[in-house]
Design a protein around this ligand. Structure first.
Ligand code: ADP
Length: 584
């Protein structure tokens, strides 16, 4: 609960100067409002009651005009301060979300739906805008100006002061009642929106699969359901907002009516009051209530914003820690782009308690060795690879790199040394060249990109394209086959020249030529690196210096191929199946 307030409080404390400025502006605005009313009443009194000539009040009118101009300027300045507060707060929140997403551990980053995360990072943060741009300035005004007007009214005519004092509390009282009612509504609205965005994006991405299985209609209904859910949540909030405005208007009208009635009685029946005072009071009272009414509306939008901010907070909390590497960070210079040695002591890992468990170790991989992880599907090969990579953290036990725990390495400098070629590398929307250049983490020349593409065996493909390396690939661009994507990932790796290569060998059969290209490129890349491959091909397995054989999440055996063939019957069986299955 404590950190629920923290995000707003954090933003506020970063913006103290602007808050002080808001307070000052509000004070000046209050003085301008009172002066404007005073000057107007004076002018009316002179022209209409005392029948003074227009020229004699010229100075007064000029003064009135300049006060009005100042008031407008102050209002504008107030708005500007609010907007810049909102802009800064939104930028901060978005960068906090991005930071968390990029630095958190892999499982927590992947948790939840992408569409939902996008909606929180974009829509919910946008909704937080009005808290800073609307709610805060109005609250600053409400804290100062009504008090100023009230004091002034008491001095002018105590009766009206009392009427204001008795009717005004109805407005905050009413706001509290509404607030209680809408407490969870806006949070609910954001939950609905996130769900809707998640379902929508998911369906779009899986459209082909849905069509093939004839499920597009069902999915359509699901989208409809979640969009209706969002509509209802929004309508609920709007309903409250409209009732809110209606009730506030009624209270205000009624209160002004009472004041006017009282003034009329004083003025006409008892004749106990000069016109000038009555008129001035009558000018000030609507200002007083208008301010309170605006506060009411701002209060409502502030609440909606709070719901959105809470959603952002919730997401930040869900993604959890892991932003900082553990203490005892050491310099990254240790690795020096030399192939590292990697070792596991008794490492234990699970994604969640009571789910798949992995036990491995002790294992020791020498610098420059090539390791193959083999085992049946679901035996934990990829999980083990991710543990080696530092993408997952062991629940117990340690991954040691060059003799020191991996957790002591600074994350960025560690990943600078590592290339991970997955089966389905992510291709960003952009050109071929852009996608390759990502690998370098620095600005690279066109020639370097060309060279990398060639080394990865992409040159024939690229040469066949009309726009060559400038062809658009990724979402919205030219499609690439699985083998081509992997070669693109390889080209990235060639630019990077990693000291550690992680390779998830394709399980699907590639054509012989593609496979040969891939194979020779990988061999070239791995000449000066430690390499760990999740291997499916007999060829790769035979070539490896060491095999790690996984069975049901346990590292069942480790050693050279021949040795395992001889001593581990399960391994021999698996190899046999592979051989018969024709490992292409
Ligand atoms: P392999 O690569 O040998 O096919 P994996 O390491 O991918 O096996 O998966 C091992 C087990 O871990 C599987 O049972 C899989 O369902 C489970 N698993 C994989 N990723 C996750 C995850 N992110 N959360 C929970 N369980 C997972």
């Amino acid at each position: 609960m404590d950190n629920k307030k923290s995000l707003i409080a954090e933003q506020m404390s970063g913006q103290r100067k602007r808050l002080v400025l808001l307070t000052l502006l509000s004070l000046m605005l209050g003085i301008a409002i009172v002066s404007q009313a005073g000057l107007l009443a004076e002018a009316v009194q002179r022209v209409f009651v005392e029948k003074a000539s227009l020229s004699s009040v010229a100075l007064l009118l000029a003064l009135l005009l300049s006060v009005m101009a100042i008031r407008t300027l102050l209002l504008y300045a107030n708005g500007r301060v609010g907007l810049s507060m909102a802009a800064e707060a939104k930028a901060n929140m978005r960068s906090a979300v991005l930071q968390k997403l990029t630095h958190a551990s892999m499982p927590s980053t992947l948790r939840g739906q992408t569409g939902g995360k996008v909606s929180v990072a974009l829509d919910a943060v946008d909704e937080a805008d009005s808290y800073f741009s609307h709610y805060m300035p109005r609250m600053a005004e409400a804290a100062i100006i009504p008090v100023l007007i009230l004091v002034f009214t008491f001095i002018l005519h105590a009766n009206t002061g009392f009427i204001l004092l008795f009717t005004a509390p109805f407005i905050p009282l009413f706001m509290i009642l509404v607030g209680l009612q809408t407490k969870n509504k806006s949070e609910e609205k954001y939950a609905q929106l996130a769900e809707f965005s998640g379902t929508f994006l998911d369906s779009l991405q899986g459209l082909v699969t849905l069509k093939i299985f004839g499920q597009s209609r069902r999915q359509q209904q699901q989208i409809e359901r979640s969009s209706l859910g969002y509509r209802d949540a929004t309508m609920d909030i709007l309903k409250v907002a409209f009732t809110n405005t209606f009730m506030l208007e009624s209270i205000v009208m009624l209160s002004i009516g009472i004041v006017a009635l009282e003034l009329a009685i004083q003025l006409l029946v008892f004749k106990s009051m000069p016109f000038h005072t009555a008129f001035l009071v009558l000018l000030l009272v609507p200002e007083f209530f208008n301010l309170l009414k605006n506060t009411g509306t701002a209060f409502h939008s502030g609440r909606t914003s709070m719901g959105a901010v809470r959603k952002v907070e919730q997401m930040l909390a869900e993604i959890g820690g892991g932003t900082q590497p553990e203490e005892g960070q050491q310099s990254s210079a240790k690795l020096l782009r030399m192939p590292p040695s990697i070792a596991l002591d008794d490492v234990h890992f699970h994604y969640a308690p009571d789910s798949f468990e992995l036990k491995a170790g002790p294992v020791s991989i020498g610098p420059g060795e090539h390791i193959a992880i083999v085992g049946k599907s679901g035996s934990g090969k990829t999980t083990l690879l991710h543990l080696f990579a530092g993408l997952l953290k062991p629940v117990s036990g340690t991954v040691m790199v060059n003799g020191s725990p991996l957790t002591e390495w600074e994350e960025d400098s560690w990943f600078e040394q590592v290339s991970y070629i997955t089966q389905h590398p992510y291709i960003f929307a952009g050109t071929f060249a852009d996608n390759i250049a990502i690998g370098a983490g620095r600005t690279v020349s066109r020639d370097e990109i060309k060279q990398a593409a060639e080394e990865a065996g992409l040159s024939t493909l690229v040469a066949g394209l009309e726009q060559g390396l400038d062809t658009y690939v990724g979402e919205g661009g030219r499609g690439l086959s699985g083998g081509e994507k992997q070669r693109l990932a390889l080209a990235r790796a060639f630019l990077k020249r990693p000291a550690l290569i992680l390779f998830d060998e394709p399980t699907v059969g590639l054509d012989l030529q593609t496979e040969q290209i891939l194979q020779s490129s990988i061999t070239a890349l791995a000449r000066n690196a430690t390499m760990i491959t999740v291997a499916h091909r007999l060829y790769t397995i035979r070539q490896a210096d060491h095999i790690l054989f996984m069975d049901h999440g346990v590292l069942a055996a480790a050693g050279p191929h021949e040795e395992l063939l001889e001593h581990v019957s399960q391994y021999a069986e698996m190899v046999d199946i592979q051989r018969k299955g024709g490992s292409a």
